[in-house]
Design a protein around this ligand. Structure first.
Ligand SMILES: Cc1ncc(COP(=O)(O)O)c(C=O)c1O
Length: 449
C-alpha cells in the first residue's frame, strides 16, 4: 500500500484506504463498510466530505461545549504554535500553564485550588487515584489502598480507570486489574424514576452502601471513592437528590477522599462550571478534560484541595514531591486553547446559558415520551438519554441502527450506548436547533422501531 502525504482537499475528503486505522470503541467492520465521515466543522455543525451538514447532538464526544472552530480558540492555537511549540513542565515552566491552572482553579468551588495537568480524562482518573494513594502514604496511612468506584461508572481506559469503572465489557478482557477495589451500586431504577426531569427524587439511600463497604473492608483500608456526578457513558444517569451529600458525609466520617469525575459534567454541561457547585458538595478532587479546551486540543487534569497539595510540600526543597506527570502535561497549545475557551465561556456566559436553557431542553426531549418502544427518557442540564427497547437481534443493534439512520438520513450525530441514544449538544444550541434536534431523534426512533 502506498501512501501520499499531500494534504490537499481531495485526499482529506476521500481517504482511499480505511483499513490501517484500528478505531477505538468502534464496530470497525460496520464502520468501514458504511463510513460516517466528517471533515469540517463550524459552531453547531459537522460537514461530511461531500459538504452535507450534520447537526452535532453530542458536542463531538461531550467536548465541544463552546461549539466548533470558534474563531478566538483557533486564533489562540495558531498564535501559540508560531510562538512556542513545546516546553517541558518537569523542572521548567512556561507562563500559560500557570495562567491556565489559575483560571481553572478559580472556577472550582471551595478550596479546590491546585491543578495537576495531563492530557485526557483517562489520565486524569488515574492521576487522581494515584494522588489519593500517595496522599495517604505521605500522611502515614499507608494501609489505605482500596479504591471504590460505582457500577455503571466510566473513568476512562487506564488500568486505574477500568478498575474503579463499572462497565463490564471495558473490564473483562484485561486481567485482574488493580487489587482491592470495590464498587457502590449504581443509582438507576427505571420503575422508580422513569421519565423524570433532572435529579430523581429516589435513590439518595444508595449512597449508604458505602457504609456496608466500610464495614466489610474497614475504613483504614480505603483510600478514595470516585464517582461521576452524572454517569455519562452509561446513559446520562444524574445523581439522585441528596445522594452526593450523603457520600460526602460518609467519606468525611471515615477519612476517605471523595473524587468527582467531572470529565463530562465540567465546563457547563449541567449549567455550572462544575457539577460540584450544582450539587453543593465540595469533593477532595475533581477530574476534568474535554470541555476545558472545547475539544480543540487534548487536555485533562485534576483539581485538588489545598490541604492535599500542602501535604506534599514538605521535606527538602530540591526533592521532587510527587513522582508523576506526563511529557505533555500543560502543553503550550493546550494551555492556549484552554485560556481562549475559558474566555469564551465567560464572555458568552455559556454556563448560565445552559442553565437557562435546561427547562426548554427538558420539555422538548420529554415530548418524545409515549413513542412506541421508548422505555425511558432522562434529562439533566444539556444532557438527554432515550432508552429504546432492544431489538430481537440482540442488545445494541437498535442503538447502532439509530446512530446510522440519524447520521445518514437525518444529518444528526449522537452517541449510542447499547440501545440508549445519548444527546449532549454544544452549549451554544438555540431553541430552534433544540426543536430540530428532537424532531430528528423522533424520526430516527420511528425508523428503527
Ligand atoms: C466521566 C469520564 N471520565 C473519563 C473519561 C475518559 O476520558 P478520555 O477519553 O479523554 O480518556 C470519559 C470519557 O468519555 C468520561 O466520560
Amino acid at each position: 500500500m502506498s501512501l501520499t502525504y499531500d494534504l490537499d482537499a481531495a485526499s482529506i475528503a476521500a481517504p482511499n484506504d480505511l483499513e490501517a486505522f484500528w478505531m477505538g470503541f468502534t464496530a470497525n467492520r460496520a464502520f468501514k463498510a458504511r463510513p460516517r465521515m466528517v471533515s469540517r466543522a463550524k459552531d453547531m455543525h459537522y460537514y461530511t466530505p461531500e459538504g452535507r451538514p450534520i447537526l452535532d447532538g453530542s458536542a463531538g464526544l461531550w467536548c465541544t461545549n463552546a461549539g466548533h472552530n470558534r474563531d478566538s480558540i483557533v486564533a489562540a492555537i495558531q498564535k501559540q504554535a508560531a510562538e512556542m511549540d513545546f516546553a517541558p513542565t518537569f523542572q521548567f515552566g512556561h507562563p500559560l500553564a500557570f495562567k491556565a491552572a489559575s483560571r481553572i482553579a478559580e472556577l472550582a468551588p471551595g478550596d479546590l485550588d491546585h491543578v495537576f495537568f495531563c492530557n485526557s480524562g483517562s489520565e486524569a482518573g488515574d492521576t487522581a487515584l494515584k494522588i489519593a494513594l500517595a496522599f495517604h502514604a505521605v500522611t502515614g496511612k499507608g494501609t489505605r489502598t482500596r479504591l471504590i468506584g460505582r457500577e455503571r461508572g466510566y473513568h476512562g481506559v487506564g488500568f486505574g480507570g477500568i478498575t474503579v469503572g463499572g462497565i463490564s465489557p471495558n473490564r473483562r478482557f484485561f486481567g485482574s486489574l488493580l487489587p482491592g477495589a470495590d464498587h457502590l451500586p449504581h443509582t438507576y431504577d427505571r420503575e422508580k424514576q422513569a421519565f423524570s426531569k433532572g435529579e430523581p427524587d429516589w435513590g439518595a439511600e444508595r449512597a449508604d452502601a458505602l457504609e456496608g463497604i466500610v464495614a466489610l473492608h474497614d475504613a483504614q483500608t480505603i483510600a478514595a471513592v470516585i464517582v461521576e456526578p452524572m454517569a455519562g457513558s452509561t446513559g446520562g444517569l444524574p445523581a439522585p437528590k441528596g445522594y452526593l451529600k450523603r457520600l460526602r458525609e460518609i467519606c468525611d466520617k471515615y477519612g476517605i477522599l471523595l473524587i468527582f469525575d467531572e470529565v463530562i459534567t465540567g465546563f457547563g454541561r449541567l449549567g455550572f462550571p462544575f457539577a460540584a457547585e450544582r450539587y453543593g458538595v465540595v469533593p477532595d478532587m475533581i477530574t476534568f478534560a474535554k470541555g476545558v479546551t472545547s475539544g480543540a486540543v487534548p487536555m485533562g487534569g485534576v483539581i485538588v484541595r489545598k490541604h492535599i497539595y500542602d501535604t506534599f510540600m514538605n521535606g527538602q526543597e530540591h526533592v521532587i514531591e510527587l513522582f508523576h506527570g506526563y511529557t505533555y502535561s500543560g502543553h503550550p497549545l493546550a494551555c492556549a486553547a484552554s485560556l481562549a475557551t475559558l474566555d469564551l465561556y465567560r464572555d458568552e456566559a455559556l454556563f448560565e446559558r445552559a442553565r437557562a436553557m435546561e427547562p426548554t431542553f427538558a420539555d422538548a426531549v420529554m415530548s418524545l415520551k409515549g413513542k412506541p418502544g421508548v422505555l425511558d427518557i432522562r434529562t439533566v442540564g444539556l444532557v438527554a438519554a432515550f432508552d429504546m427497547a432492544p431489538s430481537v437481534e440482540g442488545p445494541g443493534k437498535r442503538g447502532y441502527q439509530a446512530m446510522e439512520t440519524a447520521f445518514h438520513d437525518e444529518g444528526l450525530m449522537f452517541r449510542a450506548t447499547g440501545d440508549t441514544i445519548a444527546v449532549s449538544p454544544p452549549l451554544i444550541i438555540n431553541e430552534a436547533q433544540i426543536g430540530e434536534l428532537v424532531e430528528k431523534i423522533g424520526r430516527t426512533i420511528d425508523a428503527v422501531m
